[in-house]
Design a binder for this molecule. Structure first.
Ligand code: SF4
Length: 221
């Protein structure tokens, strides 16, 4: 996956990061960012796409930017992360029973992938879910983009998605039965942890922690 070059616009953008005016004086990852966390996790966190100077720089999901700072603080508070701060790929961070993945694996301009780029990247998300299928019980979806990208993949991966497809919202909870006799999966909607939401108070630490506490309860059920 880290060698993928299927989206020319995103390849050019991710590789330009280290030369942009905001760039940090360090080596950039500048490739697709893989999932992070144990492969037998019961909880998934589905984001949007890497930030250009965040995980596109560090090479690990939600690591090295303000969105990640907010998210890891909440994960640590509820016992799903070993540390409250994530700064680099080798900072010793461990996730417990939780794996992060993004529907689009390369940083997009203005954090806005096109529908074509989302579709190009869908097979990588499908593989991630295939990996998690035996253990996955809950998925916390950060924002409407992730929600819309995830539902068709779940449908193809043995979970029954209602029609019309349920709409994203913070606090929305959706239980999907398995079509193959396996365990059901519960989706939990959560506003994205971007500064746009956290700086304005639209999303607070407590709100994120509550969602992850609910995910833990679902996984234990
Ligand atoms: Fe490949 Fe996904 Fe990156 Fe597009 S966004 S180049 S499909 S890894």
């Amino acid at each position: 996956m880290v060698e993928c070059r299927r989206c020319p616009r995103l390849v050019a953008w991710r590789e330009s990061a280290a030369t942009q005016s905001r760039a940090r004086a360090e080596e950039y990852w500048s490739r697709p960012v893989p999932g992070f966390g144990p492969a037998d996790a019961r909880i998934a966190v589905i984001g949007l796409a890497p930030a250009l100077h965040g995980s596109n720089r560090t090479g690990r999901m939600f690591t090295g930017d303000r969105s990640g700072d907010f998210l890891f603080e909440a994960l640590h508070a509820v016992g799903l992360a070993s540390q409250p701060h994530a700064v680099s790929r080798d900072d010793g961070m461990r996730l417990y029973d939780t794996r992060m993945a993004a529907p689009v694996r390369c940083a997009p301009p203005e954090n806005k992938p096109t529908p074509e780029e989302r579709d190009n990247c869908r097979p990588w998300l499908a593989q991630e879910l295939q990996l998690l299928r035996p253990t996955l019980r809950a998925a916390v979806v950060l924002g409407a983009f992730g929600w819309q990208a995830l539902l068709p993949v779940l449908s193809a991966a043995c979970w029954r998605v209602p029609k019309p497809r349920p709409v994203f919202g913070h606090g929305v909870e959706l239980r999907l039965e398995a079509t193959d006799g396996g365990a059901p999966l519960t989706l939990l909607g959560c506003f994205h942890v971007s500064p746009h939401n956290t700086f304005t108070g639209r999303l607070t630490q407590q709100m994120v922690r509550d969602v992850f506490e609910r995910a833990k309860a679902v996984a234990d059920d």
